[in-house]
Design a protein around this ligand. Structure first.
Ligand code: SAM
Length: 308
């Protein structure tokens, strides 16, 4: 059974990345020794050390299970449809040395996209330090939205940014897009969020990382704040249930040949409508992919459009 062999310190970041790309074989358990973590994978992928060792099959492999989880620092957040699934997953996660606290996620809601959380293991600890793509992020899972699932998107976009670009991160949260971009490129970023707690965390995260670029945090409604800006090179719109309501002010702030990174959770019909709207509004679609599934008919799409 092929496993990716990874230094313990890099394990969580790698697991999140591979999980997002659906590469981990979830029929098998992740193994550990003192220095390394061994991740069972469906296929060999470049740029990782792989070893062929015996796989450790999960106990209830015959039962159809539907659960998911995220690990942020030493906190695990799990979702399961039944009590059995939740118990099974919690039992597996407790075996991992780095997990100190487990919450059951009862859903994300409201304008600030906050999670409703129930503590099911460990101490009630909502703040943690998370490392992703070589940046450090102070996360508070109670006060502001954060998900590790877009790490590949963040890396992809940070690789596209040019020196001196002007960027607006319209729904920045605690700043994972802005911080990574500013870490890698000398550019100017205006980072907006309506949740004042998210902006406070962003300010801490700016201090935590050695940045080449400049980030200006702004607290408020980005639909209004963005009206003060024009001639912007790139606008990031990560508000997947509502971002379409903010497209027109974003279009107005963008310069010719400027780019929008747009995220939406929708079905195929809505996706088609959105594509038509982009083309009719004078944009070409330069990139489109499913980031992850959301429900039976809904997916989270990443769409990159360029003003012609
Ligand atoms: N981009 C961040 C990330 O990747 O972690 C956060 C994305 S989260 C899905 C959406 C964010 O938009 C939340 O932090 C929420 O507070 C913020 N938000 C919602 N409505 C807003 C508005 N009208 N203006 C500015 N921010 C808003």
């Amino acid at each position: 059974m092929i496993h990716i062999k990874i230094n313990k310190k890099l394990a969580q970041e790698t697991i999140n990345k591979l999980r997002e790309e659906n590469i981990i074989d979830d029929n098998y358990l992740i193994k550990h020794d003192d220095d390394y973590v061994y991740i069972p994978v469906r296929k060999i992928i470049d740029n990782y050390d792989t070893v062929d060792i015996e796989g450790n099959k999960k106990e209830n492999n015959n039962t159809k299970i539907s659960f998911s989880y995220d690990v942020i620092g030493n906190i695990a957040i799990i979702k399961g449809k039944t009590e059995n699934e939740v118990n099974y997953l919690a039992k597996e996660l407790i075996k991992r040395k780095n997990i100190e606290t487990i919450y059951l996620d009862r859903g994300i809601s409201g304008e600030f996209r906050k999670r409703s959380l129930e503590l099911i293991y460990g101490s009630d600890m909502k703040e943690t330090l998370y490392r992703e793509n070589s940046i450090n992020l102070m996360v508070n899972i109670d006060k502001a939205y954060f998900s590790p699932r877009l790490s590949t998107e963040r890396l992809r976009i940070s690789n596209e940014v040019n020196e001196n670009d002007s960027i607006i991160d319209m729904f920045c949260g605690i700043g994972p897009f802005s911080i990574l971009i500013a870490k890698k490129v000398k550019c100017n970023i205006i980072a907006m969020d309506k949740n004042p707690d998210a902006i406070e965390l962003l300010k801490k995260n700016i201090k935590l990382n050695k940045l080449k670029g400049n980030i200006t945090p702004l607290s408020g409604d980005s639909g209004e704040l963005i009206k003060d800006y024009s001639n912007i090179d790139r606008i990031i719109m990560n508000l997947p249930h509502d971002a379409y309501n903010f497209l027109v002010p974003a279009f107005n702030a963008l310069k010719n040949r400027g780019v929008i990174n747009y995220y939406e959770i929708c079905d195929l019909n809505t996706l088609e409508k959105r594509m038509k709207f982009f083309r009719d509004s004078g944009f070409e679609i330069v990139y489109k992919r499913i980031v992850h599934g959301f429900s039976k008919y809904l997916n989270m799409y990443s769409i990159e459009i360029k003003k012609i």
